[in-house]
Design a protein around this ligand. Structure first.
Ligand code: ADP
Length: 230
């Protein structure tokens, strides 16, 4: 059974803009997939469907055991146990410490305090930031903030980790460190789907490449290259 099963999905906004057109895509547990394509191609729209932020207009979509097409808003937190997300701009809560930012992802799903206290330092250790547990986001570098965001995304042991341009704001050396971390998480069995414009990373750290243009998949290759000149 595929972890992501998308068949004939169309996504329209306000009945005018069509962001995804009759899209069919299947991703198995444990895969690492790069999502590439020009701005406006539909990458973010696809990602928003996968974590329940938007619903398909037509077609069918399942993520793990969830039928996203039929997902009620109150079921979204359940889906978010299975799907962690990180963004280009980290989206950490500025008034919470590193510990509290990561703990928050466990609190919203009703996890017990004793489990939170044990698990948060564990996951911060995994991303190399246990010593910054009491710091606030603005006391951290961009790379460190992204590590916290990744810790928060994986703290509930999701099956799928989605990263929307995770290295977009980071310089090359730090970007590679973030990639090593995503690679390690993937090797532990988590499926990783990463939207990126970073051709160097895609061409060096080879994985499946799904290219989207104008809402359609135009290329899907194992160990593919980036394929655009930007
Ligand atoms: P990408 O992430 O590849 O840049 P997007 O998914 O953001 O592409 O955009 C795909 C298309 O959908 C674009 O034409 C964009 O303008 C449109 N779009 C994206 N989000 C919205 C929205 N919330 N409302 C209306 N149109 C949107």
């Amino acid at each position: 059974m595929a972890l992501i099963q998308m068949k004939g999905v169309t996504k329209k906004y306000h009945r005018s803009t069509t962001a995804l057109r009759d899209m069919t895509l299947s991703v198995n547990q444990g895969e690492f997939v790069y999502l590439v394509g020009p701005s406006g191609a539909g990458k973010s729209s696809l990602i928003r469907l996968l974590y329940g932020e938007e619903r398909p207009t037509t077609g069918s979509l399942t993520v793990g055991e969830f039928d996203v097409t039929a997902l009620k808003n109150k079921q979204v937190p359940l889906l978010r146990r299975s799907v962690g997300v990180v963004f280009q701009d980290y989206k950490l809560l500025p008034k919470k410490t590193v510990f509290e930012n990561v703990a928050y992802a466990m609190e919203v799903i009703g996890e017990r305090r004793s489990i939170i206290k044990k698990r948060v330092p564990e996951v911060l250790e995994l991303v190399g930031l246990k010593h910054k547990m009491r710091s606030f986001p603005d006391q951290l570098s961009g790379g460190e903030q992204q590590r916290v965001a990744i810790a928060r995304a994986i703290v509930n042991n999701p099956k799928l980790l989605i990263a929307d341009e995770p290295t977009g704001n980071l310089d090359p050396e730090i970007s590679w460190e973030i990639m090593q971390l995503l690679e390690r998480i993937n090797l532990q069995g988590t499926t990783v789907l990463m939207a990126t414009h970073n051709s160097q990373i895609v061409n060096t750290l080879r994985h499946r490449v799904v290219a989207i243009e104008d809402g359609r998949i135009v290329r899907d290759e194992e160990e593919g290259d980036y394929g655009y000149n930007d």
